[in-house]
Design a protein around this ligand. Structure first.
Ligand code: TRP
Length: 337
């Protein structure tokens, strides 16, 4: 049997996990585990590139680990980036194979540097932020990933990763790194139920996102108060709020309810309360299972942490092998241990 293809992805330890994150990315991670050899990384080194609180970083990383496990990411596929310091070492080496000119053209740097200046209160932009895409290239190439599941926003970073791999291969005279391919999967853009013109996001405030671990009453209340029709939508078109509710229903796997409510909508007979009720039922079902799983994990906090430390150590072996070979290929010394 052919070995399974490798998938790598990373996620930043920031904020709560809401249904926008879940349906937009994390659920996809869970589904990919069925078909691929996956490596999923909580990228705490990346989280330092923006103004941040050193006293809170470790806690945020662990919170994210528990959230990911609770929604179905397998522990053996999950690790924390700084437990594999070889990522930072490979990043340094890659810096010397990265075109400065290409880095200056990264659009995410432009957005994030403006945000960093504002958040820091002193106009600060770290060199780490500028170097962010090179660390991301190290995350991907250190495991010789075949595929990286991405949305449009990460396309440029993956292109740079391929460029670094190619330049490295040319310079050392060996096809050492495989060029990773993007894995375009259907990404669902969940909108805020309070303002369906905008993406579901934590930064807009508590009304604008639904936590995946929300308890039943609050969840139902939030769905019930979802904006449906504001009267601005041209006749014959579905309003963004209604569209968003249908999307949530389908994303939650309720295809039959989705189809029958859609028929009712098309016949012009849909009562929004019925749609909301169906969405609330579907999300309550998901959230109840997620919460139960999270409670169980939190009851065994120590063991779970140890399990992730162990999986990080296991994954680290693969990273160490790559770095050992890279050092050899680039004329650096390997420490004997
Ligand atoms: N830059 C990614 C984001 O903001 C996170 C990330 C870090 C990542 N390293 C990665 C994604 C490697 C894919 C592969 O979402």
């Amino acid at each position: 049997m052919e070995p399974r293809k490798k998938v790598l992805s990373g996620i930043q330890p920031t904020g709560h996990m809401h249904y926008g994150n879940y349906f937009g990315a994390v659920k996809n991670w869970v589904d990919l585990q069925e078909k691929y050899d996956c490596v999923y990384c909580v990228v705490d080194y990346h989280a330092m590139t923006m103004p941040y609180n050193p006293k809170k970083l470790a806690e945020s990383s662990w919170d994210l680990v528990f959230n990911l496990l609770a929604v179905g990411v397998r522990p053996e596929y999950l690790f924390i980036q700084s437990l594999v310091p070889e990522h930072a070492e490979l990043c340094w080496i890659f810096n010397c194979f990265t075109s400065y000119g290409l880095l200056t053209r990264m659009t995410q740097f432009k957005d994030k540097s403006a945000q960093s200046q504002e958040e820091s209160g002193e106009g600060f932009i770290s060199a780490g932020l500028f170097d962010y895409p090179v660390l991301q290239a190290a995350d991907i190439l250190i495991y010789r990933a075949d595929y990286v599941p991405i949305g449009k926003d990460q396309e440029q970073h993956l292109e740079l990763t391929r460029n670094i791999a190619q330049r490295f291969n040319n310079q050392v005279g060996k096809e050492y790194f495989v060029l990773p391919e993007p894995l375009y999967t259907e990404v669902l853009k969940v909108r805020s139920t309070a303002d369906p013109e905008r993406k579901m996001s934590k930064s807009l405030g508590p009304k604008h996102y639904i936590n995946v671990f929300e308890e039943e009453n609050r969840l139902r209340k939030q769905v019930r108060s979802a904006v449906t029709d504001t009267g601005d939508t041209p006749a014959g078109q579905m309003s963004p709020g209604v569209e968003n509710l249908f999307l949530l229903l389908k994303a939650a796997g309720k295809t039959e309810a989705h189809a029958s409510l859609m028929d009712t909508y098309q016949a012009g007979n849909l009562k929004y309360v019925d749609l909301k009720e169906a969405v609330a039922d579907a999300l309550v079902e998901l959230s109840t299972a997620f919460r139960a799983r999270k409670t169980e994990l939190l009851a065994n906090k120590k063991d779970v942490k140890n399990q992730i430390r162990a999986s990080s150590a296991e994954i680290r072996k693969r990273a160490q092998e790559t770095v050992r070979e890279v050092k050899e290929l680039t004329g650096l010394m390997n420490v004997r241990i």
